[in-house]
Design a protein around this ligand. Structure first.
Ligand SMILES: [Zn+2]
Length: 147
């Protein structure tokens, strides 16, 4: 008989944005779309027509997990209802494989250590716990440890 380790349930803060890994240490995969006619990639998930060539040839795609910081801002003002503790960094990250940009919060880095051109990777972090003791998670990007 094999012992089964029961993982606490992971619940996304916002559903439908990424494929959930088996554990919080796993790698989430953001959903996107690719036009099979012209090859353009989008960070959207429900686009019917390609914004570049106009064809109705969109397929869903899991986006890459590594990117480069294009620009960023340090947030000092706490927003009402926000789960984020200030100061934190919001960055525009260009995904290396897909050449599309996404806006994300950076984690595991001091705001003053963030630089343009920094390589970052997607990860999951607990942001809350719900009433059923399930772990509420969100995706973030952190300085890259894999490449
Ligand atoms: Zn297209």
């Amino acid at each position: 008989m094999t012992a089964t380790i029961t993982q606490p349930n992971l619940v996304p803060l916002r559903s439908g944005m990424y494929e959930m890994p088996d554990s919080i240490d796993g790698t989430p995969r953001l959903y996107g779309q690719r036009c099979t006619s012209c090859g353009e990639i989008f960070t959207t998930t429900h686009r019917e027509y390609c914004a570049y060539c106009g064809k109705q040839t969109m397929e869903s795609r899991r986006l890459g997990t590594i990117g480069i910081v294009q620009t960023f801002t340090i947030v000092h003002q706490e927003l009402k209802g926000s789960l984020m503790e200030t100061p934190y960094v919001i960055a525009r990250v260009q995904l290396t494989d897909d050449r599309v940009q996404i806006q994300t919060v950076l984690c595991d880095v001091e705001p003053n250590d963030v630089t343009i051109g920094m390589q970052v990777e997607i990860c999951l972090k607990q942001v809350d716990e719900d009433e059923d003791k399930q772990i509420v998670v969100s995706f973030f990007f952190r300085p890259a440890t894999r490449s």
